[in-house]
Design a protein around this ligand. Sequence first.
Ligand code: GLU
Length: 443
Amino acid sequence: MSYVDRVLENLKAKNEAQPEFIQAATEVLNSLKPLLDKDDKYEKNAILERITEPERQIMFRVPWVDDNGNIQVNRGFRVQFNSAIGPYKGGLRFHPSVNLGIIKFLGFEQIFKNSLTTLPIGGGKGGSDFDPKGKSDREIMAFCQSFMTELYRHIGQDTDVPAGDIGVGGREVGYLYGQYKRITSLYEGVLTGKGLTFGGSLARTEATGYGLIYLTNAMLKAAGKSLEGQTVVISGSGNVAIYACQKAQQYGAKVVTMSDSTGWIYDKNGIDLDAMREIKEVKRGRCKDYIAKHPDAEYHEGKGVWTVKCDIALPCATQNELNEQDAKTLVANGCYAVGEGANMPSTLEAIDVFIKGGVLFAPAKAANAGGVATSALEMSQNSERLSWTFDEVDAKLKGIMEGIYDNMASAAKEFGCEGNFVVGANIAGFRKVAEAMIAQGVC
Ligand code: GLU
């Protein structure tokens, strides 16, 4: 049995109830085979065994009082996965689907994503099964304060630096930061995605979506194509989807769909982003509210954006939102490029369809690394107690995303898998972390 198969078998036996974590590990480990076959130092140093086991996993009770005076209890998590190349870094997700397996898959992905940015950040992730949907501001604050009352002892600007993810945006980061400062008396860059009045970075809000388009554009350019005049299908309507849509439109593409967990919009004239931003960012409303302003657009309940004919698909909602059948439909309809804005939005089977179908496929850990890369730039600004202009940060972000494209493309080529960016991104991300782990000895 090969080294990879042995480690995967053991991992499956030990983590039976964590299918998303197993899925993420299977994708990464299988694609490392060309590297592992070439050099046995990874096996000798038990790198796969070590890299798939989090350095630390913290689970805690989060009690809070709702607006009716009732006590609610949620579960909080922080998985500190790997600190070989820097302090743990990764977002917090507040969503009812959150459990240890979800946080482990996200934390595992984060190790390689953060390595790809070339910045000194390790991998971590956290969150809670708390559902922010429909909660009042006061309830959100009460929850965030309680969450931080436990989390603060495990984090710090040089230890572990959380940020946002699904359900955690500027408002939540603000409440979390306030509580951290209150408990510790430290005014430090312990969280990223902060408000601009207290250490946040310009362009951080836009960064994941913009970065996705910068990387997708670099991939298209290398194939002699561009976004100009292309029809783009986007899923999701959160921060990643909104700013991917904005940048894609600036590059001359026509974005025709957006979605949320209840349904999706198809606007053949192109999404009116100002209308969508007003609904999502100001009113915290639903996609179906778009119809009031654009009665000629279509609203459909449930899933369905992948049935829309397009040139480029950008899944920006959540994990496993694009399955094998969706991938086949996209390919049959002429979609030739996919950039993953969400974390692990395509199933393993869907990725297979894309790769075998010759689709230009940019995997999440490369394509959505712009968010965390800009978080690391926020950390730099906090450390030097300066703030950079929007254009400065944006230019750095663009350079980082183009660098990631070059890095994954050349790693794929080096290992005989030209054009397979899953292999390229995983090998390029893994190599740096593995080298650091070997150099630091058994720890
Ligand atoms: N949650 C984002 C991600 O998945 C950003 C994390 C961060 O900024 O630390 O990469």
